[in-house]
Structures are given as C-alpha cells and as structure tokens.
Design a protein around this ligand. Structure first.
Ligand SMILES: Cc1cc2nc3c(=O)[nH]c(=O)nc-3n(C[C@H](O)[C@H](O)[C@H](O)COP(=O)(O)OP(=O)(O)OC[C@H]3O[C@@H](n4cnc5c(N)ncnc54)[C@H](O)[C@@H]3O)c2cc1C
Length: 506
C-alpha cells in the first residue's frame, strides 16, 4: 500500500500550488492524484489562444446542468481533466479579488480571510501575471475601451491589479507569456519547474479518486482507480487535501458518505459523517450576450479573443462593481443560434455579467454509482427580487450605448442579437436569460464558515468540520463569489492552505 505524508486529490489550480509548496521541504512526501494526463509538451493545452478548442473535448469532464426554469437549460460546464486543472483550460484573466470580496468572507465567518490578511498571498504567486501585451491589443478592442470610456464616463484602467476599483475599462491582466502566447497556468508556474527534480513529489496521473477512507472521524487515505482500471488505496500519513474543484470535491465527499444525511440515505450511500452543507451554495457568474456584425473582418492579433473588459457600478452604495462586461472579438453566437439567430461572417460581442449574483444553486447526487455525474442546479435568475435578471437587462442597454459611441460605432454594421427591435425590459430579460451562458466559475459548494454555522463545510483553517486529517482547498470553499474572475482567488487559497499545513507542522 503506497503511503505519503500528504495525498492531494486533484492536480488542478489549487492542488498544483499546494503540492509544489509542500515538497519544497525534501523530507515531506506528497502524492497528487490527478484524473487527467500531463500538460507537458501539449501545445493544444499550453497555447492560451487555443482555449476554445478544449471546450467539450477529451480533456473536458463536461457537466450538464439541470432544467433551468428561468435560465438556459442547455449550459454545459467545462471542467478540465488535465494537470493544472481549469488553469490549463481557461482564459487566464487574472484579477486579485477586491478587498470587499475578502472582507465579505471574513464577515461571514471566515476568520483570517479578510483583505489585509490575504494581501501577502498575491505577492507569493509564481504565475507570470502581466497586462495584455501591446502586440495582442486588437484595434477593435482598443476602440471598445475608448468608446466605453466616452459613453459611460468610467476611468480607463491600465493594470486592474494595481489598486482596488469600483468601475473602469481596459485590457485585462493575464497569466501568460506574451512572447509565445504560452499559459502561465498553475501547473506551468508551480509544477513544471520542479516535477522532474523532486523525488518527494509523486504525480499519479490519469488516476481517479472515487472514495475517501475514514477511520472513525479521521481521514486515512483515498481509494483510486488507475488508467488501467486497477484499484489502489493510497494512504496519507498526515493529511488528505481535496482539491478536485467546485464540482468534483463535493461529488467525492458525497460518494464517501460525507454530506446531507437525507440525500445519502435516499441513495443507499452509508452515512459516514452528516454534513448538510455539502453541495449547497452553488455559485457562478452567469452572463448574457449581445452580438454585432462588423463591416469587415477584424484584425487577427489577440491574446485569447476576449482581452478587454468593463466594470460598472450602477448603485453608488454598492461595494465594488455591480455589472461587468467581457468584450469578445468574435461573434459569440452559440446560444443565440439555438433560438434562431444567425452567426454573421464577422462580428463582435459584449457579454454583460453579474459580478455578485444573488441566486444560489445546489449540487446533488442522483445515483450511488460514482461514475454518474452529479446534478448541477444553478437556479440561475431565481433570486426573489430578480436582481440577477435585471442586471442583464441594464447590461444590454449599456452595451447599446457603447456601441452607438465612436470610435466603436463605425466598425459595427448591425446588431444581430437580440436585434434593435427588442427594446422592452421584459423582452430583453427573456432574451438575455434564454441565451445566457456561463464563464465557468462554479464555486461555493463546500463553503467555509464559522464553527456555529451549520451549513459550513470547512472551518477557516480549511479542515472539514467534524473530521480530522482532511482539508479542502479549491473554489468549493468560497463562501461568496468574488466580483472578479476567481482563478487568482483559488491560487491564493492554495498558497494559504500550504502555509496552514506547513505552519501546523511546526
Ligand atoms: C473555460 C474556462 C474559462 C475560465 N476563464 C477564467 C478566467 O479567465 N479567469 C479566471 O479567474 N477564472 C476562469 N475560469 C475559472 C477558473 O479557471 C476556476 O475557477 C479555477 O481554475 C478552479 O480551480 P480549482 O482548483 O477549484 O479546480 P480545478 O482547476 O478544476 O482543479 C481540479 C482538478 O482535480 C482533478 N480531479 C477532479 N476530480 C478528481 C478525482 N475524483 N480524482 C482525481 N482528480 C480529480 C481535475 O482533473 C482537475 O485537474 C475559467 C474556467 C473555465 C473552465
């Protein structure tokens, strides 16, 4: 039976950070159980601009969503099956969470996760975080930035991570190497430089963790299935750290009998530890899309086809931005086409996004068979006040204002979707929700909270409530959604977890 000091389940975004940091000490042994293959030498993975080619492919677990009465039921959630996890698959937009994001966590019981305490972890990140390079700044994206500034009066931002902001428009910071468009993913930054040099780091690739082993309330190890179908038990002398992401972490806990008693009993899964919050609080950043045809083709240069964005604060009382836009240098018509719109030969899109959505979803099992994918019910746009739906309507209206403004206006031939005839709030809302998509930010399904919080799954030291020898570190521990894209927050969770582990050794 193989035994390691630490067993990290998931060599993804947070898992890569933790495995790398723990093995800085040559006396500590770590095994990483990773469901996917290595990303080393794979141009299809390592070239940032090829990210869209990975969606739905052999490196994507590709999770469907349940029927969404007020949203789009056709959304598929890409989750990467490769070393580096979703940081090997995503667009690498790199935002340090805003101070208000961390402070909100602390207010909700995540003691020690306030903005001042979290700031140092950003400085520790090994990823190459840089603004979109000049050569990658497409002319139409530059004109979008100018038009948004002129139309809405928001400041132009050069370097969104330099200081906190409530509003602003500009090119993103990305975790990439502009000279060859290569990713600076978690695996590239944290594992590639050390993986051949550290005998204390073992990567068990294409190996799937299907059950956690507990001895009473203490986690002892993980049951895994290798690529060849062999079942192996991997033991952790010190701790198991689950980093399988916001979908697969609760999935693994539930199949191990850790979760809401009622759900487990109904499926015939023996209850090992009744923990009602597992799978609850499913968060995401949904967005909608407005598409324009352009008069002609768009220049080719880009980092990843959505290099600039806009943040707006509609409500001056709100802490941070309350509406966000990605600007796509492509006609992003996957969902509009499903309801009859046509893809123009060339075009652009703006995607109004809800930084702080109020709707809350839920992940649950429908079968005791670990092979069956869990149900993801995001309950998009179901919040009581329809705050989420209204945000998209406001977004479409603002997008139109920007499109009417030079220097963007003269690029645009016509609005393709929803089309200029769709103007009423109800019609706009119906369109916006029907064609809504995800930017793949599921989070919150094993959320962190104070000891008195019955629905918290992990404590502020990331240990699973009521158990020992097991922590969770990935997007599932987010108590609430940051207003910005979450990857940097996940990397910082990884850094903090590594420090908690090495600190607790002392
Ligand atoms: C297409 C796409 C675009 C995105 N764009 C951005 C962006 O531009 N900026 C941003 O901030 N965020 C973006 N995100 C979101 C961001 O990438 C994620 O929030 C973040 O990477 C999640 O990290 P994680 O550690 O929680 O999970 P992951 O990185 O998904 O890691 C989980 C790992 O665990 C492995 N695993 C899962 N289950 C098991 C199991 N049972 N056994 C063994 N291994 C297992 C998986 O193979 C994976 O490697 C995007 C995501 C996607 C998919």
């Amino acid at each position: 039976m193989p035994q390691y000091d630490y067993v990290v389940v998931g060599g993804g975004t947070a898992g890569s950070v933790i495995a790398s940091r723990l093995t800085e000490d040559p006396s500590v042994t770590v095994a990483v159980i990773e469901g996917g293959p290595s990303d080393v030498g794979r141009d299809d993975v390592l070239t940032l601009r090829r990210w869209m080619g990975l969606l739905g492919g052999e490196l994507d677990y590709d999770y469907p969503t349940t029927e969404q009465p007020r949203g789009n039921s056709h959304i598929r959630h890409s989750r990467a099956r490769v070393l580096g996890g979703c940081s090997s698959h995503n667009t690498l937009i790199a935002f340090k969470p805003l101070p208000s994001d961390w402070d909100e966590w602390a207010e909700r019981g995540a003691e020690g996760w306030d903005a001042a305490s979290m700031e140092p972890y950003f400085g520790k990140l090994l990823n190459n975080i840089v603004a979109v390079d000049e050569k990658d700044r497409n002319a139409i994206a530059r004109d979008f930035v100018d038009a948004a500034q002129a139309a809405l009066g928001v400041p132009r931002v050069e370097g969104f991570n330099k200081r906190p902001f409530d509003e602003g428009v500009g090119f993103f910071d990305l975790a990439y190497h502009p000279e060859d468009n290569k990713r600076s993913s978690a695996s590239v930054a944290y594992l590639h430089p050390v993986m051949d040099e550290r005998p204390n780091l073992t990567l068990l690739l294409e190996t799937w963790a299907y059950r956690l082993e507990l001895d009473g309330s203490r986690a002892r190890g993980v049951h895994v299935r290798t690529k060849d179908g062999e079942e192996v038990y991997v033991e952790a002398a010190r701790e198991v750290i689950v980093c399988a992401g916001a979908v697969d972490t609760p999935r693994l806990l539930l199949h191990s009998g850790i979760g809401p008693r009622e759900q487990l009993e109904a499926l015939g899964i023996p209850v090992v530890h009744d923990l009602p919050g597992v799978g609850e609080n499913l968060l995401d950043h949904p967005e909608s899309v407005i598409v324009w045809e352009t008069h002609g083709p768009i220049p080719e240069n880009s980092a990843m086809d959505s290099d600039a964005g806009l943040f707006v604060r509609r409500d001056p009382e709100f802490e941070g931005p309350d509406l966000m836009f990605h600007f796509y240098q492509i006609p992003f018509t996957d969902n509009p086409e499903r309801i009859g719109y046509e893809r123009p030969p060339h075009g652009v899109s703006m995607t109004p996004n809800i930084p702080k959505p109020k709707s809350r979803g839920r992940l649950y099992l429908t079968s005791k068979d670990p092979e069956v994918k869990p149900a993801l019910d995001f309950r998009y746009f179901t919040d009581e006040d329809d705050y989420d739906g209204r945000t998209l309507v406001d977004g479409i209206k603002l997008a139109r204002e920007i499109a009417r403004t030079e220097p963007l206006a003269s690029w645009l031939k016509r609005e393709v979707a929803p089309g200029p005839e769709v103007t009423g709030d109800e019609e706009l809302s119906a369109y916006a929700r029907q064609v809504a998509h995800t930017v793949y930010h599921p989070a919150g399904t094993c959320r962190m909270g104070a000891s008195a919080d019955e629905l918290a799954v992990v404590s502020p030291d990331l240990t699973v409530r009521g158990l020992t020898g097991i922590r969770i570190a990935d997007a599932s521990v987010f108590p609430t959604m940051p207003a910005v894209n979450p990857m940097i927050g996940v990397l910082m969770v990884g850094e903090k977890c590594a420090e908690l582990l090495t600190g607790s050794d002392a």
